[in-house]
Design a protein around this ligand. Structure first.
Ligand code: NDP
Length: 335
């Protein structure tokens, strides 16, 4: 009998700047069988996230870095094909830290079941997964938007931003998205119902912010950091809330992260800037997913997935996040 092989991408070196194919080593390892308390999962869809860049650094963060030689960490959905765990049966679908590989073998720590008859599997990585939970809790808990307020979202055509903007619309806010390029900006208005857009690649940010936010910015959902954060800080309304969800413009820096020069706007406007980590809200995920599921079913929320096929394309596909080639949630389909 032929031994089944598991194609895997391991972290080979810690990148300086943008990762490349050399950041990873590709191996084909013989597939083992689950021991007591373990499951074997056939990976189907893997989530590609900007956070993966941070996990490659040997730096203190909200979770430990990926170790050199370890399978590159990634969330994903897959199907259980062998199990020695009482809570997971063969045939069931799971969401968890599957890693960039064909099969996951190990203890299903933090794994939970998903039902492909209720929603297509990639949706469990976008609106109904960590992405949707990030948009939901960062906006509603940290941003606390009120109807009629102006909400500005950077990275608005990305996975988190596109959902956060739609939730803000559902809450009766005026929503302005910042994204790169005319095509993405048009999609935000035409498909997702944003009220206004700023194409940060082709227009002056300060001029555009004044045009789109004449009364100032009440809530800023920041996914990007750097110059965009600075520009929005200079347009805050009194008592504004700035949600620090991410800073993708800084993740591949070779120099120190660029801090906001305009932070005294927080003082002048009695405003608040607060960091957010989605993992803190895990006990409330099921409840939020239920509400998101309702919005999806009624058509009030659209989930966009950008699905690329081929495990082998992983190093190049990951880079789409940093070149801005994705619209919505970037997902790798394991073929
Ligand atoms: P996205 O789908 O938004 O992907 C990345 C997008 O960011 C690109 O499409 C691009 O859009 C934009 N971008 C990339 N580089 C730059 C740059 N230099 N300047 C401006 N925009 C850039 O990713 P996610 O939605 O998954 O994540 C969004 C943010 O949320 C990230 O910062 C991520 O780290 C963070 N996050 C935080 C979590 C938390 O718990 N705090 C949890 C999950 C995500 P464009 O074409 O418009 O430039």
């Amino acid at each position: 009998m032929m031994t089944q092989l598991n194609r895997q991408f391991l972290l080979a070196q810690r990148p300086v700047g943008l990762p490349s194919r050399d950041t990873f080593s590709y191996v084909e390892s013989p597939l083992g069988e689950p021991g007591p308390g373990e499951i074997l999962v056939k990976n189907l869809y893997l989530s590609l996230d900007p956070a993966m860049r941070g996990w490659m650094n040997d730096a203190k963060s909200y979770i430990p870095p990926v170790r050199l030689g370890e399978v590159m960490r990634a969330l994903g959905v897959g199907q259980v094909i062998a199990s020695q765990h009482p809570d997971f049966a063969v045939g069931e679908h799971v969401n968890g830290g599957l890693g960039i590989q064909d099969y996951f073998l190990g203890e299903p720590k933090g794994f939970y079941k998903v039902d492909p008859s209720r929603a297509p599997l990639p949706l469990y990585l976008s609106a109904l997964g960590m992405t949707g939970m990030t948009a939901y809790f960062a906006l509603l808990d940290v941003g606390a938007p009120q109807a009629g307020e102006t909400v500005v979202i950077s990275g608005a055509a990305g996975a988190v931003g596109s959902i956060a903007g739609q939730i803000a619309k559902l809450k009766g806010c005026r929503v302005i998205g910042i994204a790169g390029g005319a095509k993405k900006c048009a999609l935000l208005i035409d498909e997702l119902g944003f009220d206004g857009v700023i194409d940060y690649k082709n227009e002056d940010l300060n001029v555009a912010l004044k045009r789109e936010c004449p009364k100032g910015v009440d809530v800023f959902f920041d996914n990007v950091g750097g110059d965009i954060l600075d520009a929005v800080l200079s347009r805050l309304a009194p008592k504004a809330r700035v949600i620090i969800c991410g800073a993708i413009s800084q993740y591949n820096n070779k120099e120190a992260v660029k801090g906001p020069a305009n932070y005294l706007s927080l003082l002048v406007n009695r405003a608040r800037m607060e960091g957010f980590v989605v993992l803190d809200y895990a006990p409330q995920f099921a409840e939020a997913a239920k509400e998101m599921g309702g919005w999806l079913a009624s058509g009030q929320l659209k989930s966009k997935e950008d699905i690329v096929a081929g495990l082998q394309t992983f190093p190049e596909t990951l880079l789409k996040l940093f070149s801005g080639e994705n619209f919505g949630k970037l997902v790798l389909k394991v073929d």
